[in-house]
Structure formats: C-alpha cells, structure tokens
Design a protein around this ligand. Structure first.
Ligand code: NAD
Length: 480
C-alpha cells in the first residue's frame, strides 16, 4: 500500500480513536486521477451505538452542558486555534478527496471553519440561559430557561465538508450540546482534523464524536434512541428520509437541502457585473454548490447577447488539476456524479435543448465535465427543475417582469437566488417577490450574521447568526 494513502480504521468516541467493529470500509478515490486516496470505516450499528453512548455520558454526567457558556466559548476558541494550525493540510486533503479547486478549498475548508468557530465562541460569551418574562395574566413574572437539547447528530455532505460541519458544531457547542458527526462517504478523511484538535486541547471526552459511513450509518444515527436532535445538510431526498425518522421519534431536525436557484437579470443589468458574478455563483466549486445560480432568467430583448456572454464565460473558465491555484473548474466529485450530470444534460439535448460547450476537450483521466450553457429548455423541463450539481446552467427568456418572477418561483426548491440590475431599489423590489430562503442583489454573498436556509423542498430551519444557537436549545418556563 503506498505511503501517501490515508488509512483510518477508527471512529472517534469518548475522546479516543477506537477501532471500528467489522471490516466494512469506504474506499476514497481522488476524482482528479481516480487513484485510491485512502480508506475509512463504514461504521455499523455497534459503532454508532458506541459513539452515541460516549456522547450521552458526556451530556448526562460530564461537565460540558453545565459549564458557564463563556467557558464553552474559551474551549471553542481553543478548538479554532488548533483547527487553524492544521487548516492548510485539511484543505489540501479535501481537494484530494473531492477534487475541489485549491482556492475554494483553502477558503471554505481552511479559513471559513475557523471563522465559524470563533464567531460562535464569541456568541457563547454573551449567551444567557435564563430570562425573566413579565406575566400577562397576572402580576409578577415567570422564568424562561433555555437549555441545551442534548446529543446532536450532525450529518454533513461532501461539497464543503469542514465548513458544513463547523456551521453546526459552533452553535451546538455554544449551546451546551455534545455531538456525533457523520461526514459523507466521499470525504470521510479530512474530518478527523476535528478529532485531532479535540485531543490536542484536551476537550472533555465525548463532547465531539465521529462515525464514518454512508446512508446506512446516517440512518442508524438518526434512529438511535440516545440522539436528541438532528442537524442535516445534504440532498432533499435524504432530508425527507431523515425528517420522517426524526418525525417518528419526535426529535427536532434542521434540514439544509438542495436548490435550483435563479439569477434574474433586469433590463438594466450590467452584463460585466453579471458575468463576473456568475463565474463563481453558477460555476464555482465546479457547480457543486447548494446555492449555485443554475437558472439564468433574461429579458427577451437581451437574450441573444446574454447567451453569447455566458457561452464565452463557460469557455473561458479554467479547467484542470484542482491543486493548481489557477484552476476554477475541477473534476466532479465521483464517477457516479459524472454519470448523473452527463445523463441529465444528454436527456435535455435529446429533448431538443441546445447545449453550448467549448471546443477544447476536458482533461483526461479524471471525472471532468466541461462547463455547459443550455438554451431552449422549457422552464418546467427536468433540466430546469432538478438540481444538476455540476457546471451547467440553463438560460430562459422572459417577456415581462411578472413572467420572470413566475419562472423564478416555479420550482420545488427555494434556497438562494439573485437579482441583477443597475437600479438597486428596483432590483430589491423584485428580490422581495422571490420565494426563497435567501437572495442577493447584484451577486450572491451570504453573510454569517444573517439566517441561511431554504423554503419548500430546500429545507426546514435556519443556520448562521445567533439564531442557529436556538437550534440546539429547548425552552422550559417556570411559572410563578
Ligand atoms: P446526500 O444527501 O447524498 O448525503 C448527505 C449526507 O447524508 C451524507 O453524510 C450521507 O451519507 C448522509 N445520508 C444520506 N442518506 C441518508 C439517510 N437516509 N439517513 C441518514 N443519513 C443519510 O448529499 P451529498 O451528495 O453528500 O451532498 C449534495 C447535496 O447536499 C446537494 O443536494 C446539495 O444541494 C446539498 N447541500 C445543501 C446545502 C445547504 O446548506 N442547503 C449545503 C451543501 C450541500
């Protein structure tokens, strides 16, 4: 076995790396050259049980939920310092696991996770678990207690593995919860940086636990009676399954799911601004962002020019080795993803859509899919309705603004979006009409301070901001 392979044979439970039961393993392949990068356990029920029991003990009998929130903030800061020390390594490992371009990985899986943790460390210091409420029915006041919910299962996808985790871990730890993390089977290696950091700072055992595996491991976790809360980011299909299990168990679930977000160009939109923004907002991370602006809605009068500009953009994107800092479009995450995206775009072409692409072929040897601009697909056709999760956009003309907004809203999803126009007030007025969890004006740049999440099939609940801490607390009133 080559030295460069990362072989994990353990889960992380009760502060220790412990050998997984059984021999089931995930094989991790680098999608750039299809080489085997490493292995991690496909944890079964016994492993999940071990991790949940460790978390349960930490919550029921350990110090964590009983610490003053400010002390938890100090621990979270120490964790952030340790993660930061290892950030370049974690980001590089993510690039190898999923083919994520190095610049994206350096930010989303190096810098951002540290920022998330530091933000929630800061909020922890201002957190109060008790509030006097003036009574309405009689004189006096009642006491409102907010207490940590317990053991939280954090189930995350592969596309930004470190930052999807810290967006949950930060508020969960601040609230006083303990966690069992399950990364995606495509990226089960980088997450162990958290185990290393927890051990390095001497975090109380069982506060952070990690099990690796696929959907079966996730199901075992959600259905475990020791789990009190689920925070999930991933596809809508998996979200529905998790919500049904959580529903049957009557435990709360926060669900951050897929999207099919629209970019609405107004007649006065500056095309340079639009193209500059869509370069990353549509094609960034090789189109594998939940918030990707994958439907471009354009006034009829500007349609031919905008299509030309988008086709030029798709041809101009630099495709190649994700380790190269100049690379904008890397391989898709896996063979399976490549087959799915190829099939979706092929079906659109077979149904009569025009697929514009570059003449130069994609690099060979990896799971590459050349960026595509698709025109002539009906707004209600599968390619314009289903999440592609690859570097392909559909472009649709609209006659008037009412039709533009109607097309934007005519999808099952509602995660992100953007409106582009020179008159910002007018663009904002259009943004208000879009049924979505978040939307940008002249770009799409989420901010950690304001809630992020989806409506309709894009999810339930919100992350980001101080609000996220309430995802991990329950409320008890003491009436007096
Ligand atoms: P996925 O749903 O296949 O898997 C996500 C995670 O859930 C993985 O850890 C997986 O093993 C686990 N899982 C799958 N089925 C499960 C089940 N039935 N029970 C318990 N766990 C289960 O998604 P993915 O392919 O890893 O990620 C891509 C998807 O994630 C896209 O749809 C994307 O839009 C979405 N996403 C959403 C956001 C957001 O914030 N809304 C952010 C990133 C990604």
């Amino acid at each position: 076995m080559p030295d460069s392979m990362t072989i994990r044979e353990t889960l992380f439970a009760g502060g220790e790396l412990v050998r997984a039961n059984g021999d089931d393993a995930l094989t991790v392949r680098n999608p750039f050259d299809r080489s085997v990068l490493g292995r991690a356990p496909a944890c079964g029920r016994a492993d999940v049980d071990r991790a949940v029991r460790a978390a349960r003990a930490a919550f029921d009998d350990g110090p964590w939920p009983r610490l003053p929130p400010g002390e938890r903030g100090d621990w979270i800061d120490r964790l952030a310092d340790e993660i930061e020390r290892n950030a370049a390594h974690s980001a590089a490992l993510v690039t190898d696991e999923i083919g994520q371009p190095a610049t994206v990985a350096g930010y989303m899986n190096g810098i951002r996770p540290v920022q998330h943790l530091r933000y929630y460390a800061r909020l922890a210091r201002t957190l109060s678990g008790e509030e006097e409420r003036v009574n309405v029915d009689r004189e006096g006041s009642s006491l409102h207690l907010r207490r940590p919910l317990g053991v939280a299962a954090l189930i995350v996808p592969w596309n930004h593995p470190q930052s999807s985790t810290t967006l949950k871990l930060g508020p969960a730890l601040a609230a006083g919860c303990v966690v069992v993390i399950k990364p995606a089977p495509e990226s089960p290696l980088d997450i162990f940086s958290l185990a290393d950091a927890a051990r390095a700072i001497g975090l109380p055992p069982g506060v952070i636990n990690i099990v690796t595996g696929g959907a079966e491991t996730g199901r075992a976790l959600v259905s475990h009676p020791g789990v009190d809360k689920v925070a999930f980011t991933g596809s809508t299909a998996a979200g529905r399954d998790i919500a049904s299990v959580a529903g049957a168990r009557l435990i709360p679930a926060t669900l951050e799911l897929g999207g099919k977000s629209a970019a609405i160009l107004l007649d006065d939109a500056d095309l340079d601004v639009v193209v500059g923004s869509l370069r990353t907002a549509s094609f960034g991370n090789t189109g594998q962002n939940c918030v990707a602006l994958s439907r471009i809605l354009v006034p009829e009068s500007r349609y031919p020019r905008v299509v030309d500009a988008l086709v030029d953009l798709a041809r101009d994107l630099r495709m190649g080795d994700p380790k190269d800092p100049r690379t904008e479009v890397g391989p898709l995450v896996s063979e399976r993803a490549l087959a799915r995206v190829t099939e979706m775009v092929g079906a659109a072409a077979a149904a009569g859509a025009a697929v514009h692409t570059r003449e130069t072929p994609a690099p060979t040897g990896g799971c590459f899919f050349t960026p595509r601009v698709i025109t002539g697909a009906a707004p209600d056709s599968p390619i314009a309705q289903e999440e592609i999760f690859g570097p392909a956009v559909t472009v649709h003309p609209y006659r008037d603004l009412d039709e533009g907004v109607r097309i934007a809203n005519a999808t099952g999803y509602g995660l992100a979006g953007a409106v582009y126009g020179a008159d910002e007030e007018r663009a904002l007025a259009v943004a208000r009409r879009v049924h979505t969890g978040s939307i940008g004006v002249n770009g799409y740049r989420p901010d950690l301070g304001s809630p992020f999440g989806g409506v309709k099939d894009s999810g339930l609940g919100r992350e980001f901001g101080p609000d996220a801490i309430e995802n991990y607390r329950e409320s008890t009133s003491v009436f007096r």
